[in-house]
Design a protein around this ligand. Structure first.
Ligand code: SF4
Length: 471
């Protein structure tokens, strides 16, 4: 197929699915060749890239971090914000030059951006040097597309989600912490969000498949799993069963893996049962990312978020009161169309009441095809930028305040890698998802260690390893 065809569903027969499961296509065709993979966007994309890496590895490629020495360049793209688009097209400009020097170079663009008709068409018309275009619903086709790649562009992007694949051979980034998809897509259709269009309707994996994956990860020595979904709390609602996210979480906890996390939660789907389960199991980490988006009930309604300011605050309080020591972070959008000063004040009011441990803050970016993109906006970018600045200052103050509470305390840290803060440092996260830089404990990478916190910064903590000796 050469024309972008986002109308076509890709539902495979049982026989075809079995073939894909069994295949995880292997070939020696590319032995000794190198791949460069660039990932844009959220954790979902990061985990999809682990699948892409697995596919490339199975074809014989090894990774290079220098795109100029690659034999294939793969971009796994994000459609959430305008600047993610700009970055991809900016990078493609550099790739175009490289391709003139290396005509055999293969270029593949996949992920969320090509799921948009306009992008798929743009790639076809303006970027013909891109050999392969694939979407979020057919990452598993990538191996075959690479093996079959010709100089003519091959576009395979599907509008409808199709099957869930099991037994994917991921090439995971970490040997200690693993992402585990529990579901794909989202049914919430928040009015500003492109995700339900780029990732399709919600499809939950079967609980037994998830539990089997977590058990396998534990057996392989993984210490932490993060259950992944656009809205994990809605897990199971699309399945013909009685189980829900709380049941899944409890079953995962009973496997006995050291640490369990999950992202992302939608406040509307957060149940009391989930709170009880999180509070009950010490291996479910006391950390929740609970996107607020706006503190104004009027804006929340326009966003289609299904909760009011008061309901969010009530849920926040319930979580804080029920889960000892829980840390809560959030996402906030400023400058949604026609957000007034009063609406923005409501957001600041929620931040002041919740005193979040941290927040990802953004200026609203209209996404073509979403209902919010059709709203005529009267607020200038200058005002939005000023609001973002005010919000960031407030959020950072609270973040530092929380971090200061850790100074002098003993915490458990899963050390995952060398720190960017110095060659003699390593780093990792506390149960509550605080980043800690630790002096001289390289031998501890891959272990959970006791650390005494010595200094607090807005976005991280410094600490020293503590060894207990018997007296
Ligand atoms: S819950 Fe809303 S913001 Fe989150 S992925 Fe779904 S539609 Fe997008």
């Amino acid at each position: 197929m050469n024309l972008p065809d986002l109308k076509k569903a890709k539902i495979r027969s049982d026989e075809e699915v079995k073939t894909i499961e069994a295949t995880n296509l292997k070939s020696n065709k590319f032995a000794g060749k190198k791949y460069f993979l660039k990932t844009y966007g959220c954790q979902m994309n990061v985990h999809d890239s682990e699948e892409i890496k697995g596919i490339l590895k199975n074809l014989g490629f090894s990774e290079t971090l220098d795109y100029e020495e690659a034999d294939i360049i793969v971009l796994n793209t994000c459609a959430i914000r305008e600047n993610a688009h700009d970055k991809v097209f900016g990078f493609l400009g550099r790739v175009k030059h490289l391709k003139k020097e290396k005509p055999d170079l293969l270029v593949a663009v996949g992920g969320c951006m090509p799921q948009q008709n306009s992008v798929a068409n743009l790639l076809k018309e303006k970027y013909p040097f891109v050999n392969i275009v694939f979407g979020t619903h057919n990452i598993n086709d990538l191996g075959k597309m690479i093996v079959d790649a010709k100089s003519k562009q091959d576009i395979e992007v599907y509008s409808i989600e199709g099957n869930i694949y099991e037994n994917i051979e991921y090439d995971r980034d970490s040997k200690y912490c693993a992402w585990v998809n529990i579901m794909y897509g989202c049914d919430k259709f928040c009015t500003y969000c492109i995700v339900p269009f780029t990732r399709g309707k919600q499809r939950s994996r079967k609980m037994e498949d998830i539990l089997e994956e977590v058990q396998k990860l534990k057996d392989e020595g993984y210490l932490e799993v993060t259950l992944l979904g656009q809205n994990v709390n809605a897990y199971g609602k699309d399945l013909d069963t009685s189980y829900d996210f709380a049941t899944l979480l409890e079953n995962v906890a009973n496997i006995g893996i050291e640490r369990i996390r999950f992202v992302t939660s939608h406040p509307w789907d957060f149940t009391d049962k989930m709170i009880e389960v999180i509070a009950k199991y010490p291996n479910i980490m006391p950390y929740i990312h609970l996107p607020l988006q706006s503190g104004s009930s009027k804006i929340l309604k326009l966003m289609g978020r299904r909760y009011t300011k008061e309901e969010y605050l009530e849920l926040y309080r319930k979580i804080k009161d029920s889960i000892p020591g829980v840390s809560i972070t959030t996402d906030i959008i400023v400058g949604f169309p026609n957000e007034t000063d009063e609406d923005f004040e409501e957001t600041l009011d929620v931040v002041n009441k919740c005193k979040f441990d941290g927040a990802f803050t953004f200026i609203y970016s209209p996404r073509e095809g979403t209902p919010a993109a059709l709203i005529k906006d009267s607020i200038s970018m200058e005002v939005k930028e000023k609001r973002l600045q005010i919000l960031n200052n407030l959020v950072n103050d609270y973040s530092l305040e929380h971090n200061k509470e850790y100074v002098g305390k003993l915490v458990k840290v899963l050390v995952t890698e060398n720190s960017l803060k110095g060659t003699d440092k390593v780093c990792g996260y506390t149960d509550t998802m605080k980043l800690v830089n630790i002096d001289g404990a390289k031998e501890d990478i891959g272990k959970i260690i006791n650390v005494k916190i010595t200094e607090a910064k807005s976005f991280s903590l410094d600490g020293e390893k503590v060894i207990f000796t018997n007296i």
